[in-house]
Design a protein. Structure first.
Length: 109
């Protein structure tokens, strides 16, 4: 069964757009990794400063291989000043991990 990794990223007020731009700039890095299944960047809408980066992997080994890959290092290297000015796009993060027990998807009409 798949595993889900959720990176909970604390973003300073007014810096959400910078974080989104940084993710857009590195799009494509993870999509070709063996064992990768899906990625979502979730913007907060209800009074929190935390974005969620939700990835789904074939298994824990695939996720760990991604963490130690050159593609991960490139995607997470400091790229200098933020596209919209100096300063961090995030001030903290926490990684949550889950195994998928059951899931559902929309059925074709």
């Amino acid at each position: 069964m798949s595993v889900v990794k959720i990176n909970v990223i604390e973003v300073p007020e007014g810096r959400g757009g910078v974080l989104e731009q940084r993710f857009a700039a590195r799009a494509g890095e993870v999509e070709t990794v063996d064992g990768f299944e899906s990625f979502d960047l979730l913007r907060p809408t209800e009074g929190t400063d935390r974005y969620l980066v939700v990835t789904r992997w074939r298994d824990e080994a695939a996720f760990q291989a991604w963490l130690s890959s050159a593609a991960f290092q490139r995607g997470h290297a400091s790229g200098g000043p933020a596209p919209s000015g100096d300063g961090p796009a995030a001030v903290g993060s926490e990684l949550w991990g889950f195994e998928v027990v059951t899931s559902a998807a929309a059925r074709p009409a």
